[in-house]
Design a protein around this ligand. Structure first.
Ligand code: ATP
Length: 415
């Protein structure tokens, strides 16, 4: 199976400018006596004929020097360099990552790997997560396009399998458990039987992963085209419960994701919206624990809290005889996302109708008088102005003040 050449696929699947970039990069690396490779997900997707222009290059040598040399030769620009010998180069409208081939070691489970040494491509590929992601393509002439596939990556692509390279893989880095689920669901593959056994054996290693990294994995999952597939699989395998023991993702949650996507198309669902759907079944206490564990940013945590607070208010919102002013009073303190999530997930028809009314009409109604008018009428600047405006707005919504003059009368009464 080895020694196949993918130059033709590169020409067919990449834009001309990127093909030119790869060829020039290979020649430049050769000029520096270094071998250069295309690696990882882009090789996988090239073989699967899936669009992917997220190029990762690995050089057996000095990545920064190569990037600088490329920028000197052509109009490219080095936009980032790191002390780990990696560089980012902007080329036309693309960004390409270049890293030095490296071996890694794990000092303790869950910790980020420490770079052991710079090495050749074979040792760089050993540290990778799955066989389908552990292939590389030569870019330096005369081997341009030649595939390196030491771990039966091509065979696994054909069989539709996600398979780790060794039995300690998930112990070294349990985030790979999330990665396995994402690739499996994205590509419609299956996690290979033995790999699945290893996930079950090593699932507790997810507890060794920091909140930041877990949140990162969850975010990547939510960025998938159909996140509900990965979330459901993660629930089935007990992976979701490692984020919080009470986190569940059943069929109804999956339906909400599909529904939300349908409503928002062609736009993608904002991440905080998806997170709010995910935690919709939580109690406020569980949500607080979840926010702390995953270090959810404050602004997002607030949306999640408001979503649950509004869920709690839904019975009131569904009560008979509620005036438009009362609906406004109840809903205007909630952020739009919290309302939209409840609109999607709530079961009460009456509450839904009122949220729709609020979003379509009530939130846009304005009073005749403004803050300046109130102050010129003697209301002291500060919270009183806001309170009075709210009072006027509710009166307007309820039909108790239909004109500017009626509003002035009301202010005189309350002032
Ligand atoms: P995607 O299409 O999701 O971006 P990708 O394969 O490009 O997929 P990246 O997260 O960008 O994924 O990682 C690039 C490559 O780095 C992977 O293909 C894999 O070879 C390697 N890699 C990334 N994360 C890990 C990890 N946690 N453990 C081992 N190898 C990893």
């Amino acid at each position: 199976m080895n020694n196949i050449n993918l130059a033709k696929q590169i020409n067919q699947q990449f834009p001309v400018e990127l093909v030119k970039f790869l060829q020039l990069a290979g020649v430049t690396a050769a000029g520096l006596q270094q071998r250069l490779f295309l690696v990882g997900g882009v090789v996988r997707d090239l073989l699967l004929e899936r669009p992917n222009l997220d190029l990762d290059l690995v050089v057996e040598g000095d990545a920064i020097r190569l990037a600088e040399e490329m920028a000197r030769l052509e109009t490219g620009k080095v936009i980032a360099r790191s002390r780990f010998n990696t560089a980012k180069i902007r080329w036309e409208r693309w960004t390409v990552d270049i890293a030095a081939a490296r071996a890694e070691s794990y000092t303790q489970p869950g910790a980020l790997p420490s770079i052991q040494s710079f090495c050749d491509i074979q040792n760089d590929l050993i540290r990778r997560d799955f066989s389908v992601n552990a292939m590389a393509i030569y870019l330096d002439p005369p081997r341009f396009g030649e595939l390196i596939d030491r771990y039966e990556g091509q065979a696994d692509l054909k069989r539709g399998l996600i398979r780790v390279l060794h039995d300690k893989s998930f112990q070294d880095d349990a985030t790979r458990i999330w990665r396995a689920v994402r690739y499996e669901q994205r590509l419609n593959f299956k996690i290979e039987d033995h790999t699945l056994e290893l996930i079950k054996r090593d699932i507790d290693y997810l507890e060794t992963i920091s909140g930041d990294r877990l949140r990162g994995e969850l975010e990547l999952c939510l960025e998938e085209e159909k996140p509900e597939k990965s979330l459901q699989r993660a629930d089935d395998l007990g992976i979701l419960a490692k984020l919080h023991p009470d986190l569940k993702f059943g069929e109804s949650s999956a339906r909400f994701f599909v529904k939300a996507r349908g409503r928002l198309e062609p736009f993608s669902i904002p991440e905080e919206f998806e997170l709010a759907l995910l935690v919709y079944g939580f109690t406020p206490e569980h949500l607080t624990e979840f926010n702390v564990l995953l270090k959810i940013p404050k602004s997002v945590a607030l949306v999640l809290q408001e979503t649950l607070q509004l869920k709690n208010e839904l019975p009131t919102l569904a009560e008979k005889g509620l005036t438009d002013g009362a609906v406004y009073r109840l809903l205007h303190r909630f952020q739009q996302t919290a309302i939209l999530v409840n609109l999607l997930a709530a079961s009460s028809y009456a509450a839904k109708k009122r949220m729709e009314l609020y979003l379509a009409k009530l939130q846009h109604v304005r009073t005749f008088l403004n803050g300046r008018d109130l102050m010129s009428m003697g209301i002291t600047a500060g919270p009183r102005v806001k309170e009075t405006l709210e009072l006027l707005l509710e009166a307007r919504l309820d039909g108790r003040a239909k004109t500017r003059e009626e509003e002035i009368e009301m202010v005189k009464k309350v002032g």
